[in-house]
Design a protein around this ligand. Structure first.
Ligand code: SF4
Ligand code: SF4
Ligand code: FES
Length: 535
């Protein structure tokens, strides 16, 4: 593999890599604003300048400059090497690059920082990016000097509503053009551009348009400073209070890798951010997916109920026993869920096949929806492929209604979270069951019709494995503690089994995982992944 030296360290690179990308692969950050591994490189911020040493027999490129001599109180003509943007210079085998070890580079970084902050409002205390802002980080690392300019800074538009999801603050913008390039290159909707020149520059939305579509949140995500904020997260939390776990988006079968950010102080989930995975979602997520973090708290089933009334777990399980007493196994249906993890579905299938002896399986989940050729899958469930893996013969939820109406199914055990919407006639069909037990995360028809509802933890409250549309097994880690009386669905299944007189011999998630032979599950990134919105 070809390599070059960066500050004396050997950096291997792949053909076509820029210096910054090769260094980034080795975990070495060359400071940058405009560069992003998923976007083209305009080299307009100049923060990544490095000194490339001339090869033997090559003349160095030198620049004539005026240097302020404080002792003499005058500028003196001197020469310095011409620095190069590491984001645009391709790596060359054997080249020698100086960054941290070059006084010229250090000086350049400091100067670029000072120039970017010249007209910046420095309103960090009220800025949502504070704590994960490149301007803050690089000021501390490379500048550390107070503002020298005494003039009134240039004022620009603030709180500009770009569309239903994004608000723009031109005074905080460093004109890196990442947002423009993301919309053009990845969202395929070139709706943003830059207008004016010099310190009057600002980002604008194309006349007659607003920033909308399915990938607007990504403009905020790629923005290295607090110039773009999402209506969803704006003024909701200070990021230094948030913790993060590696998670899997619940929005569709693509299974985008994500960081789920939550505040342990109030046990609340606040946002989703993309987690880089070249094989699944590269660096991106869609708006609908990023908003699925709300499902951790909205529309939840948090209490155990019997016939619609809050009940204790013991009395609910006693009712389960009575409801299923004497029910012939041929008339018991089991509903798996494409919304639930592999572990939850495995426990349900195990109870059905190994103990109840039923083979009547159905699968519930959300109805199909919008799809595109970028990320979004028409299957709006994170684990349809997982359910198919466990139970290839599971029939669609609508067929359950037919079976009930025909009298062939009289009892059902259901992972009852999220189904396609059903009409009142179908709800009445579900209600006609002599026994319906729903282990559910969210409200929905199965919960409305069930005699017994056992609340289940959401993906945010319990770890789980999800199989995406490409058949990739991926794990989501637990973020918050269980809400209300919710318990992991697999645990509720074990309780139901016990109420029905079966001992499944399981009590831990790892025991189910061992049964599932999920040792090949893609290991998530470490939970301590640094809290940053942009690479
Ligand atoms: S809004 Fe953000 S991403 Fe867009 S140009 Fe300004 S600083 Fe860059
Ligand atoms: S494409 Fe699907 S998995 Fe990815 S963020 Fe969007 S909804 Fe979530
Ligand atoms: S990161 Fe290289 S010029 Fe901006």
């Amino acid at each position: 593999m070809p390599s070059f030296k960066l500050d004396g360290k050997t950096i291997p690179f792949e053909p076509g890599d820029s210096i910054i990308h090769a260094a980034d692969r080795q975990g070495i950050e060359i400071p940058h604003y405009c560069w992003h591994p998923g976007l083209s490189a305009p080299a307009n911020c100049r923060m990544c300048l490095v000194e490339i040493l001339p090869a033997p027999n090559q003349r160095p490129i030198m620049l004539d400059i005026l240097h302020w001599d404080a002792a003499a109180g005058a500028y003196k003509p001197v020469q310095k090497p011409k620095l190069q943007p590491a984001c645009q210079m391709g790596a060359v085998d054997g080249m020698e690059v100086k960054a941290e070890t070059s006084p010229h580079v250090k000086d350049a970084r400091k100067t670029v920082q000072e120039s970017l902050l010249l007209n910046h409002p420095v309103d960090c205390p009220i800025c949502d990016q504070a704590g994960e802002c490149k301007l803050q980080d690089y000021w501390l690392e490379y500048q550390k000097t107070p503002k020298r300019m005494r003039d009134e800074p240039v004022h620009k538009p603030k709180g500009v509503v770009f569309g239903p999801t994004i608000v723009y603050d031109a005074e905080r913008c460093v004109m890196c053009t990442r947002c423009i390039r993301f919309m053009e290159e990845d969202a395929k909707d070139p709706v943003l551009d830059m207008r004016e020149r010099g310190n009057l520059n600002e980002i604008m939305v194309a006349p007659g348009r607003q920033l909308d579509g399915h990938y607007t949140f990504m403009t905020e995500h790629v923005c290295p400073v607090g110039a773009l904020t999402t209506v969803d997260f704006r003024f909701k939390a200070r990021v230094w209070f948030l913790k993060s776990v590696p998670s899997i988006c619940q929005g569709c079968a693509t299974g985008c890798n994500a960081h789920l950010d939550y505040d342990p102080r109030n046990n609340r989930v606040y946002r989703y951010r993309p987690r880089d995975n070249e094989k699944v979602n590269k660096y991106w997520m869609c708006d609908e997916g990023m908003l699925t973090h709300h499902r951790a708290h909205e529309g939840r089933v948090l209490e155990t109920t019997v016939s619609g009334r809050v009940a204790s777990q013991a009395s609910a399980l006693e009712t389960v026993k009575k409801l299923f007493e004497g029910a012939p196994k041929e008339s018991i249906a089991v509903v798996l869920s494409a919304q639930h993890s592999l572990e939850d579905n495995w426990a349900m299938r195990e109870l059905a096949t190994a103990f109840l002896g039923t083979t009547s399986f159905f699968v519930a989940g959300m109805a199909e929806g919008y799809e595109d050729r970028i990320l979004i899958h028409k299957d709006k469930n994170p684990n349809t492929a997982g359910v198919k893996e466990l139970c290839a013969g599971a029939r669609p939820f609508t067929e359950l209604l037919t079976e009930i109406a025909a009298g062939r199914v009289t009892h059902a055990l259901a992972l009852g979270s999220r189904t396609p919407p059903i009409d009142p006639k179908d709800l009445a069909t579900l209600q006609s069951l002599r026994g319906l037990v729903a282990i559910a995360v969210d409200e929905g028809p199965l919960v409305d019709a069930a005699q017994v509802v056992l609340p289940a933890t959401s993906w945010a409250e319990s770890a789980g494995t999800y199989v995406n549309a490409k058949g990739l097994r991926q794990q989501a880690e637990r973020a918050i503690h269980p809400l209300g009386s919710a318990r992991p669905a697999w645990e509720q299944v074990i309780h139901v089994a016990r109420a029905l007189g079966f001992e499944m011999g399981l009590s831990k998630l790892r025991e189910i995982r061992a049964k599932l032979l999920v040792s090949d599950v893609a290991a998530p990134a470490p939970a301590s992944t640094p809290m940053t919105t942009t690479p």
